[in-house]
Design a protein around this ligand. Sequence first.
Ligand code: ZN
Length: 351
Amino acid sequence: MPRIYHGYNPIIYMTSIKFSELEQLERIIEGFGGRAETEVIDRIEYKSHQFPIYSITLGSTQVDAPVLAFFGGVHGLEKIGSEVILSYMQTISQLLDWDEEFQRRLEKSRLVFVPMVNPVGVYLGTRCNDNGVDLMRNSPAEGVGATSIFSGHRISPHLPWYRGDEAKMEKEARALCHVVNQHLFNSPLSIALDLHSGFGIQDRLWFPYASRKSPFSFIAETVALKELFDRCYQHHIYKIEPTCQEYMINGDLWDYLFDEFIKRFKTNRLFLPLTLEMGSWLWLRKSPMHLFSRHGLFHPLLPHRQQRIFRRHFMLFDFLHRSLLYPEKWTQLKPEEKIAYEKKALGLWYE
Ligand SMILES: [Zn+2]
């Protein structure tokens, strides 16, 4: 069997407070052993402890390999995102033991995982990091007409949705940007999936922009990918739309990264940042008393509901991975197809 994995960077665990998500992640990293490359992107200090931000990479090291990357725990309170990623990593570590088809997929592609972008937030159960900054409002991207407090503000870190210091992004936000630069911008074809929870009763799959109501550069490809998904999985659960369809914000990290990408590479490469917003109000409707617990709005509290959510999204993850391996149908569009998809997008979301 060909050797398809990177070398192994041994990790020295710094003193950090152990909590279940971090312990689980470190167990999974140990389970991958030499099959994954693990990097501590940064360490966040909190009360004389250090919380690592891990990035775990599996698969091809070729520069032209397509990349699928998972990000979770940007909002610490929404730790279900981290847990879904950990559960998926657990599945993959088992598949790698025997599934030769999956092994071959990884020879031709790369998977990247940053399950806890905001580890102190996950530990404390807070949306923000310890500086009171909402990391998804922390980039320099300015919303067009996004003026509510919810959209992100610079009034005070004691209010939610605080954007932080204008001059410098937070360590956690920079760690996320570092991974995107290193792995996704350097690939000709990549998808990022950032997992969140806490909005609405339906699971949503969002694409740019969150800062303005206009189509982004890969809108035709996104509609083509959506149609492929709709056609192959007719009963899928996702509402697919631009974030701005639901709300507009300032400082969105993905809008910022996307604009940076276009500045650097134009449309010569394709980078698709997606957000999976898990519709947690549904869990609440079934157990309204959970509204009164800290995690109630953002995290399923009953074990059976939690397990169902772990399983619920694996089909999407698998589809995205395969769409990167066989991208012809949605990335190599003829000029007339492109125009038709753009027109369709206007009708669906922008008129
Ligand atoms: Zn969130």
